[in-house]
Design a protein around this ligand. Sequence first.
Ligand code: NDP
Length: 316
Amino acid sequence: MKTENVKVLIIGSGPAGYTAAIYVARAGLSPVLYTGGQPGGQLTITSDVENFPGYPQGIDGPQMMMDLQAQAERFGTSIRSGLVTKANFSGYPLKAIVDDEIEITAEAVIVATGASAKYLGLSGEQKFANKGVSACAVCDGFFFRGQEVAVVGAGDSAAEEATYLSKLCPKVYLIVRRDEMRASRIMQQRVLNNPKIEILWNTETEEILGETEVTGVRVRNNKTGAKRDIPVKGFFVAIGHQPNTQIFEGQLDMDEAGYILVNPGSTRTNVEGVFAVGDAADKVYRQAVTAAGTGCMGALDAERFLAARELEHAHA
Ligand code: NDP
């Protein structure tokens, strides 16, 4: 297997990974960044990003990621396509294998592998991506203001998305597959007390309707079998996210959902020299700007870690 030694390896190419790269590169540490399976990350499947500070007119998600990539490259980041398929953090230097072909040894690793929204698996979810189907109300809700929408899910995310959308839309259907919600009591109360939100209990989504954009959804009551079409322009899937951290299982400490645990107020993981940034370590905020912010933190933490090591070696 081909091997390569690098100083700082960055895994992932969302706002967290690219921001980390910009900082590490500007510190003269020549980072190597592997983009992963979805170069640019979740923002490449969004249309306009209107809540990233500094873009008063908004910016197209894929364009923003190209800009971040160009900025990281400008300062000397080596950006490579490839998927890190294995990691071995049991010794030092740290090791990662890319595409089962190249072994990278690194003095510091910044994990920025993000998370992926879960989908129901209906064909309409792909067909209408960016044309009425979304997994992020904060990102896309604004485009449906004044229109009726549906949210599927029954956890805190679904409750939060439904509540958020109710401020923009006259009617929000919340499609819940059981006769109770998993969301915390306070979030449930908020939904139950909101006159704009109608909960469809024991209901599953069968089909997303429309020709070129969403015009409705066909739902089925799983107790009675009764079907009905509800006319909505937006369909928000809020059934959870899956952090892309499987390859670090058993090496990096994680919570029960797979989010990497970091020391509070830092990006340090349980392994020295490994830093976790962005959605891979954040199940609460999950915004481009917070991911970029923690990407910056990860770069500074890595830089300080390497400087401290060098100092130790100089005195040794
Ligand atoms: P959860 O895993 O908590 O909930 C997922 C929900 O989606 C469940 O209610 C589940 O239904 C439903 N679901 C799953 N698959 C399907 C399907 N195929 N069809 C229909 N419904 C489905 O995910 P969340 O993203 O809501 O929350 C993740 C974590 O993040 C939680 O710990 C949550 O507390 C936290 N969070 C906190 C927030 C806050 O405090 N402000 C905001 C958002 C998230 P069922 O119940 O039947 O299994």
